[in-house]
Design a protein around this ligand. Sequence first.
Ligand code: NIG
Ligand code: FE
Length: 391
Amino acid sequence: MSQSTVLTNIGSLVTNDPSLGDGPLGLLTDAALVIEGERVVYAGSAKGAPPADNSVDAGGRAVIPGFVDSHSHLVFAGDRTAEFNARMSGRSYAAGGIRTTVAATRTASNNVLDANLRRHLTEMRRQGTTTVETKSGYGLTVEDEARSLAVAAAHLEEVTYLGAHVVPAEFADDPAGYVDMVTGPMLDACAPYARWVDVFCEEGAFDGDQARAILTAGIARGLTPRVHANQLTEGPGVRLAVELGAASADHLTHLTDADVDALASGTTVGTLLPGCEFSTRAVYPDARRLLDAGVTVALSTDCNPGSSFTSSMPFCIAVAVREMGMTPDEAVWSATAGGAAALRREDVGRLSAGARADVVLLDAPSHVHLAYRPGVPLAAAVWARGELAVG
Ligand code: NIG
Ligand code: FE
């Protein structure tokens, strides 16, 4: 029998199960949570909690589900400090910067890529993230994409094939040849490691027809699409994502009414990446417009060395509230349950019986403090799959 632990004296518990408490967050006060092995077995009133082997006193503080970071690019080498510096002196962001990281990644050993990935996963965990999706996309050869995904798959369940991140320099005169490789031998080598296929559908990367060919080839190999869409310009990415039944369309910085209508009428989650607009000095996406249209919104870091080098979901929550029209409740939901929806996961992003025991104890009386106290490290303790990982 695995050991059980009760968290008692929880001042405020975000369950994300509306049947358990108030509003979409299913908020409970004076609550308890019992975990056993890898699972939650009880979330409810302190009075009704079953006995457990061990007890942790939350001291009246808040407990939330571990963050679900549904969009990151953690398999890379090097950094882009100089590019960031230039941007903060007025230069604008362009997709071409990706090639700098591609050059560094191609020359890095698997051990270096693995160590970098683990360093960022540890950083995320310390801030309360317990589910992470990550992508390839800095290899852009058959071999470098496949080994990038092998490194990711050694640590993560949510792995995305992004051979279509940008056309690498050696194919500059033959983008069609590169798409053939991405949909042919590269897909063959990469599909066994991945659950998802992604494409950067953007000026300077892949157009709508190329994106359709790449996503369709991935679907035929059993991968489910997600799309980098409408980051730098309005374009066909969002509508293509919805048409192909993508789990998520990500960025959504420049949207037409037709894009919003498409998202509202489909099942594709809209994933917003505030760290990206912050670090590229771009306009922020209008989360309010999406939420008011009824779109399911996720928040994620997009952690990568070019456009968003933050691993912090609390930072993203704070920016989304301050700059994108989200309420603190909406932002916390989007960073937990929203991320789970973007990854089509039922077992994470909530704290109710049967969920994975991914739990964050905040050094704060309420989840609202994640937005109210920007930049403050509030994750006092983190349990991942029922194991105390931080604290
Ligand atoms: O999601 N937009 C495309 N890909 C990344 C940026 C990658 C980079 O600049 O290295 C993103 O923002
Ligand atoms: Fe990205």
